[in-house]
Design a protein around this ligand. Structure first.
Ligand code: ATP
Length: 219
């Protein structure tokens, strides 16, 4: 493994805070920057560096020493000018991956034009994902891998209990891939194909949306 990845998060609203804390929890080096000293202070114990600064101040931004960071996350939504300016400045510094939160479609277009590598709409995307999961009739999480494929958790079917992956041959029968099996709190990412399923098992599967939908509805 190489050195720890380094990220800088600008703007500590709910989105920025959540990204920063998750990256820090996962062992990355994280710098957070906000003009509001209280918000910076709240994260000081969680992240590696917490700095109070106005990101539209080019000199202050230069002084952060972030040129060699792996990525920048821009969590400023409301102040569109600040969000666009900091995107331009960090791209000019050569940060290879810049992800920015957009407030509107036009904001997203401008962010892409000035070099953002990814633009996200956290509320809209979370809403879509939740609606999708509700529609699938299952209350487990599904991750869309493309417009046709998803990965999701599937409680073991009654008729599968007592049979193993090898016996069930789900890949041939449903064209789904079982990439893991969770039993209570333990996730086995390399499931033993010979182990018979138990009633509490939850399968983590990848497959076509329509097949997964059908399986989710099956008892
Ligand atoms: P969320 O929905 O994630 O809670 P939001 O869109 O409501 O966020 P904003 O009001 O856009 O959040 O602001 C996010 C943070 O960005 C705030 O903490 C604010 O202090 C900070 N911020 C805004 N402008 C600047 C700036 N020029 N320099 C530094 N920080 C800034």
């Amino acid at each position: 493994m190489g050195a720890k990845k380094e990220f800088v998060v600008f703007g500590l609203g709910r989105f920025g805070r959540s990204v920063a804390a998750t990256l820090a929890d996962s062992g990355c080096e994280v710098m957070v920057v906000d003009s509001d000293a209280d918000k910076v202070h709240d994260l000081a114990e969680t992240v590696t560096y917490a700095v109070t600064a106005d990101v539209t101040d080019e000199e202050a931004l230069e002084a952060l020493g972030i040129r060699n960071f792996d990525g920048a996350i821009i969590g400023i939504g409301e102040d569109m000018e600040a969000s666009i300016m900091v995107t331009i400045l960090v791209k000019e510094m050569g940060i290879p991956y810049v992800l920015a939160k957009a407030q509107s479609d036009i904001h997203a277009r401008v962010l892409r034009r000035v070099g953002a590598d990814a633009v996200v709409f956290p509320e809209k995307e979370t809403g879509m994902r939740i609606a999708h999961n509700l529609m699938m009739g299952n209350f487990f999480d599904a991750v869309e891998l493309s417009s046709t494929f998803s990965m999701m958790e599937l409680a073991v079917k009654e008729e599968w209990i007592g049979s193993s992956l090898r016996q069930l041959n789900l890949r041939a029968k449903y064209k789904i891939n079982v990439v893991g099996v969770r039993t209570r709190d333990y996730l086995d990412a390399n499931p033993d194909p010979g182990r018979p399923f138990e009633p509490e098992d939850v399968l983590i599967v990848i497959g076509k949306n329509e097949v997964l939908n059908r399986l989710a509805e099956m008892r």
